[in-house]
Design a protein around this ligand. Structure first.
Ligand code: GAL
Length: 416
């Protein structure tokens, strides 16, 4: 009897001990498509295995605009989530508000400085302190194609230049299929637009025009040519594209209703979730003219300052888990991206991911590695929003001349 009661006390102590360590993490993200949901579920599983409670705060809407609006209202009302998907220069703006937690203790213990490319680590820091943890590296300048559709219409390989692309697209159109699956939302319009600018003008021009927002580049003949090419692509989309979600556009390519989609490699997460194999069922290729360049998009989570020590412990565990090898592998296999952590074993990854990993390293040496503007990597949110609006207005309204389109985008780029 005595022994049993001793045991009960010991058990109670252990339970109390672990309960004291466990906390709840409420995590804001916009990963709601099939492939995205599978990926984020892996993080939830890891956190639950550490005894924490996962409170999912998913706000639907690719590209995250809706999520950012909801986040602002939660923070303004003094009720921030434990963690939120925030990226690029926006991290600096949030940190400057004084609402983000310092992650240096975890970063030091887990050796993040040694495990991250310096360009990435710098974005995760505010005044030298880590305020966010990176998840992955997405490549944005991809073109996805349905292999059976290309075979059927006699397109032998993925087009490498824009003229080749339009030739291929004409063949698809003639066969009565949709050449380009597009979702008409402004971040998706811009995802296509930035690949066109990169393909037409090259990495240096992309950097001058879209990253440095140099007025000379923005009003140049190369920009005119980019807008002409961009408008031409619209002629290959279907009438139902306005407002369509990106994953529904990907589904059109998966099903063979459409031949091509211009989208970052989260699209590969959809192909993977549908059981499709690259090279056999679908093709991943750099967007025309962009084979030597790489627009990167690094997802990251920032943690908000919380008072409860259990919640702080859960945040630290979340940050450590995200940079851990287990998560970096399984998450990125599902998401279509590559690990952001250096020296990871890539043997389980497919050829698209291997190409992405190789090109990430090579373009970093040649100057071809550039940040994605569409995905919040390059420009402060106010100017980014203004340029995106100008580009979408041009895309949606055929009455806007190319010359006016160029002027409107250049004007929007001057937004402070
Ligand atoms: C991007 C994000 C990706 C993917 C995509 C579509 O901005 O970085 O991880 O989720 O939106 O939702």
């Amino acid at each position: 009897m005595l022994k049993l009661s001793k045991l009960a006390t010991a058990v109670a102590l252990v339970v109390a001990g672990s309960a004291a360590m466990a906390g709840e993490v409420e995590v804001l993200h916009w990963w709601t498509s099939g492939g995205e949901a599978k990926s984020v579920a892996e993080l939830k599983t890891i956190m639950q295995s550490k005894g924490h409670t996962w409170k999912d705060f998913a706000v639907a809407g690719g590209g995250g605009d809706n999520a950012m609006t909801v986040l602002k209202s939660r923070v303004v009302s003094g009720n921030p989530p434990a963690a939120a998907q925030i990226k690029g220069p926006a991290l600096q703006e949030w940190a400057a508000e004084g609402v983000l937690a310092n992650l240096d203790a975890t970063a030091k213990a887990e050796k993040w400085d040694e495990l991250l490319p310096k360009v990435v680590a710098d974005v995760m820091k505010y005044k030298g302190n880590y305020i966010a943890v990176p998840v992955n590296v997405h490549r944005v300048n991809w073109m996805w194609a349905n292999k059976a559709v290309l075979d059927k219409v006699g397109v032998k390989s993925a087009p490498k230049t824009w003229p080749e692309f339009f030739e291929a697209a004409d063949k698809v159109k003639k066969a009565g299929l949709i050449a380009v699956a597009h979702g008409g939302q402004n971040w998706q319009d811009f995802t296509t637009f930035e690949s066109v600018v990169l393909g037409v003008g090259g990495a240096k021009f992309y950097e001058d025009a879209l990253v440095k927002l140099d007025q000379k580049a923005l009003t140049s003949a190369t920009m005119t040519k980019s807008l002409e090419t961009f408008r031409k692509i619209k002629g290959y989309t279907d009438a139902a594209s306005p407002g369509r979600d990106w994953n529904l556009a990907t589904a059109m390519v998966i099903k063979g209703d459409a031949a091509f989609q211009f989208m970052g490699d989260w699209a590969k997460g959809e192909f993977a979730a549908a059981g499709k194999t690259p090279g056999k069922d679908y093709i991943c290729a750099a967007a025309p003219g962009t084979g030597n360049a790489y627009t990167f998009n690094v997802d990251s989570f920032a943690m908000f300052k919380l008072k409860d020590p259990n919640a702080q412990k859960a945040q630290a565990d979340l940050a450590a888990a995200i940079m851990g090898t287990q998560f970096q592998e399984v998450f990125n296999l599902n998401k279509g991206s590559i690990p952001v952590r250096l020296k990871m074993d890539m043997s389980k990854f497919d050829d698209c991911a291997k190409l992405s990993a190789k090109d990430f390293v090579e373009t970093a040496k040649t100057g071809g590695l550039v940040p994605s503007v569409a995905h919040g990597m390059a420009v402060k949110p106010a100017a980014e929003g203004a340029i995106k609006d100008a580009v979408s207005q041009f895309w949606n309204d055929d009455k806007i001349s190319v010359a006016d389109g160029v002027k409107n985008i250049a004007k929007a780029a001057a937004t402070k």
